[in-house]
Structures are given as structure tokens and as C-alpha cells.
Design a protein around this ligand. Structure first.
Ligand SMILES: O=C(CO)COP(=O)(O)O
Length: 146
């Protein structure tokens, strides 16, 4: 299948919405490997009763960076990140870094419920012949540096 693992992340004012969305889509999420930042993960594990959900550190304590590292390593195919557009966050650089790395590695990112609905119901989710194109960074990694 095209998408096998999903990271789920939400800021505090958005956690309720993410948990609701995840419950509505429990069947679609069932075959997928789930990752989440610490507090989001705790709520989702309880609500979805998914003991197999991989909870990382809480976002401000390094969890966003852990998710970013997994995206760079190709372990996460889709990021659902309900970030809060109305409240400043102390770890804003980590949030930007996570969104940057997801853009860099060309994985789909849903930052609100409407987009998450589009993505999760996309035919590409289960299409074995579809894979997001992984970027080729060989020009960059092989560049001349003196
Ligand atoms: O802060 C977050 C994302 O930036 C989410 O972290 P928690 O899930 O630990 O609250």
C-alpha cells in the first residue's frame, strides 16, 4: 500500500478535534502504523485503544524533532499536524523545522481537518502503484565544497 505510516500531532487547542477526527476514521487508520508526539499520543492511545501507537516525546520536549527525523529517514509517509494558528508556541522553531522537513521530503501534510479528510479518503492511500516521488538530493550532497 502506498501509505503505511502516519504521524499524528496536535497543539493543545486542537487535540479534541484531532481525536474526534481519528475516531471518525478509526477504520481507515486501522491498517496504518501510527506515530504521535507525547501528549497527542497519550490521548489517541486511550481514545482509539491502539496500544501499538508509537508515542514519542512531547512536542516542546523534542517530539516534533523526532517526527521530523523519522520523515527524513523514510519511516513516515503522511503527517497530520493540527497546529494552532491562534496561539504562539514556545517551540515555534521546532514546528517550523517539522513542516520544513515534511516539505523537503515531499510527504503529504494535512494541517487541518478538511485537508485530513481529503487525504485520508484519497485513492492514493491504498494504491500500491502510487508512491510520492522521493526527491533526488545528489546534486546537493555531491556539490563542490572547498
Ligand atoms: O507541541 C506539539 C506539536 O508542536 C504537540 O506535542 P504534544 O502532543 O506532546 O502536546
Amino acid at each position: 500500500m502506498a501509505v503505511t505510516s502516519v504521524a499524528l500531532v496536535a497543539h493543545d487547542n486542537k487535540k479534541k478535534e484531532l481525536v474526534e477526527w481519528a475516531n471518525e476514521n478509526r477504520t481507515r487508520l486501522a491498517p496504518l502504523r501510527l506515530y504521535a508526539t507525547g501528549t497527542t499520543g497519550r490521548l489517541l492511545r486511550e481514545s482509539l485503544q491502539r496500544d501499538d501507537l508509537h508515542s514519542l516525546l512531547s512536542g516542546p520536549l523534542g517530539g516534533d524533532q523526532q517526527i521530523g527525523a523519522k520523515i527524513a529517514e523514510g519511516e513516515i509517509d503522511l503527517l497530520v499536524f493540527f497546529w494552532d494558528p491562534l496561539e504562539p508556541q514556545p517551540h515555534d522553531p521546532d514546528i517550523k523545522a517539522l513542516l520544513r522537513i515534511a516539505a523537503l521530503w515531499n510527504i503529504p501534510v494535512a494541517c487541518n481537518r478538511a485537508t485530513a479528510e481529503f487525504v485520508l479518503t484519497s485513492a492514493y492511500m491504498t494504491d500500491d502503484n502510487h508512491r510520492s516521488q522521493k526527491p533526488d538530493f545528489s546534486d546537493y550532497t555531491g556539490r563542490d565544497v572547498h
